[in-house]
Design a protein around this ligand. Structure first.
Ligand SMILES: [Zn+2]
Ligand SMILES: [Zn+2]
Length: 811
């Protein structure tokens, strides 16, 4: 057996760490989990190497081997190394993200008494208390109570010690400072799999009363003469009956690992009526799957062209051959209704991974996939790490969606990881969208990705007519600053009279966007962030949309005390209110993060819309994503061009995508749809091309702009954020790094900054940033690594320097 193992631990450090394997230990394996001491703690890490090379420094011994077979396959280990390299992310944090088994490791702290503590306890017994204040005497009482509990020298868990002695966390801390007690890390592995109690029929001898007979008869009829205790409850016999049977040895109870609830559904053959273009796309995908060679494809299909049917058919075909597939969807796409549909199609072969799963449930699903019980995985971002064997196809639906980028360490983009994983296992990968990202479409144009197109809606339904409404002109005519134009109000009225449904998009929640003082000109800002607070009328409070801080709505200016405070700007809550006033008969609902708290709210709202219980739905971009409601014939767009004035090179692309997607909600049934698009920028190309349903026109214009400005897909862009709760630290550190950037030869890498971030203070942290651009990713990553090394020598913690490769959010 090798003497040493290298372990990747989940800490913000780029290295792995070497540990000695104890002689009597089971042998660890590469890709398996081990528990190791790290500083004062014990952490669960992944073994990356086994060897006999004795390090120059003193090594610690690993504490425990958790897996005798790899938890991460060689393929996933390789993918993890690529992510760490490409995104400059600590390898241990990458592996932790890939492996949803954290629920199995429980952090537990314990304490034991020290010699000093024993002496203190003895001294207290012989002398009385000399403390004067009641508070100090109370504190002392709690300390002695805790010492008493520890007096026999055993290690006691923190929770036990606190409930036995009444000592609070701060009491324990003061005892630690006096060195009366010492800490022990009792963190341990627990079996995270849920268990169920099973009743097993052993022998049915002897006389039985009717209740007992009912249970015995039931068990006798079950396969293996066993059933869960849960199931026996439905027999409506007293609970004591079962206990009596157990006591008499007729029935035995046992705990068994609960398997995920299986419905017994078998995959069902789907019969789609495909258009010619759909058939061609399906053929291309199926051929690529059968070739067992890496082939990336872009499926560019207009809204309503039936992309999903193509994916599902391709996945069914490969499932029939015993192979496996992953379908990634944006967060909002995984509603319970979609999950139910997937169960109908794939039966128990599908594992569904979404963010509402608990850690335990996620671990269970992971094990099912790992054991080969399901070959089809559907899920959000992290489902790309599903441990499927013989992966044949990865589909990334709505590939342009920003929820695929993780905005915390490791900051990976699931779409790009999908392409890399497909490449590593010779699989086909399909990126689907009605509005492909510039990067993806550029790859298709360059011939790196194969282009599949669905240029028409199914059943030859027309794309909706889009009318652009110039709000500047509207103001000239009416001399009033109205949120809703006369034209849009008129069109809504007509649809409601015809009992058709309407959606209105306003991509800002709350009632008033900000509160302004007429006397001093100040807006009310969040105490944690450099951001104006939004007024929410129902709660009558101001809220920060970034950190969640709330405060009562002020009657007077918090700065100068003036009574002339004004509530300005319109959010979705106010729009709903306005529409209620205009159409008092209509049934109006609102879909945004204030009305949708859980998954069920979202589902209920959508099904109410489907059943025709809602006439008019107001909402933020949540209403734009993928809903297919046949009776929506009008979509209004209100104030959703504000993003165009943001200092973000992706603003035009984002606006074009949002407008195209929301317009795509209109006219998906038999009646053609219409869109009224209110804007202050009627001549902007993002608005013009969205109105004309002209993706290619938009792409041509936007790609030239990106080329001139050296933005992606031509140059790679990285954001380096320096953050600290202390302003002087944030300034000093960004100054140190700025000096380094400017004093270092950076061949082919351009650095802008340091500059204050768009939100200079967020969640009480001050933020300064650098933007790096380069044609060469290798050069840029080399510069970023050298910068991090310099930060380390300057004692700037790794946590406070955030490197975001291919950054999507520059706030
Ligand atoms: Zn004021
Ligand atoms: Zn805030």
């Amino acid at each position: 057996m090798p003497q040493f193992c290298d372990v990747a631990v989940p800490v913000p450090l780029d290295d792995t760490f070497t540990y000695r394997i104890p002689e009597n230990s089971p042998e660890p394996c590469i890709g398996g989990r081990v528990i190791v001491p790290f500083r004062e703690k014990r952490l669960s890490g992944i073994v990356t190497d086994l060897h006999d090379r004795e390090p120059k420094f003193q090594t610690r011994r690993l504490s425990q081997v958790l897996d005798s077979t790899p938890a991460l396959t060689p393929e996933l280990m390789q993918l993890g190394r690529w992510i760490a390299q490409y995104y400059i992310a600590p390898i241990g944090e990458v592996y932790r993200t890939m492996l949803p088994l954290s629920a199995e490791f429980r952090r537990v702290i314990g304490y034991h008494i020290t010699d000093k503590g024993i002496a203190a306890l003895h001294a207290a017994a012989s002398a009385g208390s000399s403390l004067r204040s009641q508070k100090d005497r109370d504190h002392q009482m709690l300390e002695y109570a805790a010492l008493n509990r520890l007096a026999d020298g055993e290690v006691v868990r923190e929770a036990t010690l606190r409930s036995a002695s009444g000592a609070t966390k701060s009491v324990l801390q003061s005892m630690l400072r006096k060195k009366w007690i010492a800490r022990d890390d009792l963190s341990d592995v627990r079996d995270a799999s849920r268990t169920v109690q099973i009743a097993i029929l052993k022998n049915a001898g002897g006389k039985l009363n009717p209740n007992q007979q009912a249970i015995v008869a039931y068990l006798r009829n079950q396969e293996g003469q066993r059933a869960s205790v849960e199931a026996l409850r439905e027999l409506t016999v007293p609970r004591t009956t079962l206990q009596t049977l157990v006591r008499r040895g007729i029935v035995e109870l046992a705990d068994e690992a609960a398997t995920f609830h299986l419905s017994g559904l078998k995959p069902r053959k789907l019969e789609f009526l495909f258009t010619k273009a759909q058939k061609a796309a399906l053929n291309a995908i199926s051929n690529a799957v059968d070739d067992r060679k890496f082939l990336p494809m872009l499926l560019h299909g207009v809204t309503g062209s039936g992309k999903t049917a193509v994916y599902l058919s391709a996945m069914q075909a490969l499932l029939a051959k015993g192979r496996s597939a992953i379908l990634l969807v944006p967060e909002i796409g995984l509603t319970p209704a979609v999950a139910a549909d997937l169960h109908q199609i794939f039966g128990d072969e599908v594992a569904i991974l979404h963010s509402a799963l608990s850690d335990d449930e996620r671990a269970e699903q992971w094990k099912r996939i790992r054991n080969g019980e399901s070959h089809i995985v559907v899920g959000t971002r992290s489902a790309i790490f599903a441990p499927l064997p013989d992966l044949a196809l990865i589909v990334v639906d709505e590939e342009h969606d920003h929820s695929y980028k993780q905005e915390e360490m490791p900051r990976y983009h699931a779409r790009d990881v999908a392409v890399m994983r497909a490449k590593m296992c010779n699989a086909a990968v399909v990126l689907g969208s009605a509005t492909p990202s510039l990067e993806t479409h550029y790859n298709a144009v360059q011939g790196k990705y194969r282009l599949l197109e669905l240029p028409e809606r199914i059943e030859k339904r027309p794309l909706p007519e889009v009318e652009i409404l110039d709000m500047r002109e509207e103001f000239h005519r009416t001399k009033k600053d109205e949120v809703l134009s006369r034209k849009l109000v008129e069109e809504i009225g007509e649809r409601l009279a015809r009992r058709e449904q309407v959606m209105v998009l306003l991509n800002r929640r709350g009632y008033s966007a900000f509160v302004l003082c007429r006397d001093c000109g100040e807006s009310v800002q969040c105490k944690n962030c450099a951001i104006a607070m939004t007024y929410h009328k129902r709660e009558h409070r101001l809220m920060c949309h970034y950190c969640g801080f709330q405060r009562p709505a002020p009657k007077t200016c918090p700065k100068c005390g003036s009574e002339f405070v004004q509530y300005l700007g319109t959010g979705s809550e106010k729009l709903e209110h306005l529409l209620h006033g205009l159409f008092p008969q209509a049934r109006i609902a609102r879909l945004d993060r204030d009305t949708v708290r859980g998954r069920d709210d979202f589902e209920q709202m959508l099904s109410a819309l489907h059943c025709g219980e809602i006439d008019l739905l107001v909402g933020t971009q949540m209403i734009a994503k993928g809903h297919d409601v046949a009776n929506v014939t009008l979509v209004g767009v209100v104030g959703s061009d504000a993003a165009l004035s943001f200092p973000d090179f992706r603003a035009a692309e984002r606006t074009f995508q949002l407008l195209t997607q929301v317009a795509g909600r209109a006219g998906r049934g038999d009646t053609p749809g219409k869109v009224v698009l209110q804007t202050f920028f009627p001549d902007h190309y993002a608005i013009q091309f969205a109105a004309a349903h002209d993706y290619h026109g938009f792409y041509e214009k936007e790609i030239r702009f990106r080329s001139w400005m050296h933005y992606p897909p031509f140059d790679a862009v990285s954001n380096v954020l320096v953050r600290s709760h202390k302003l002087d630290e944030a300034l000093a550190w960004s100054g140190i790094l700025g000096k380094w950037f400017h004093g270092t030869r950076l061949d082919g890498v351009r650095v802008m900054g340091p500059a204050a971030a768009a939100i200079v203070r967020l969640k009480t942290e001050y933020r300064y940033h650098f933007l790096l651009k380069s044609r060469s990713r290798e050069r840029m990553n080399a510069v970023l690594r050298a910068m991090l090394d310099h930060a380390t020598t300057q004692k700037i913690p790794r946590f406070n320097v955030v490197v975001d490769v291919d950054a999507l959010s520059l706030i």
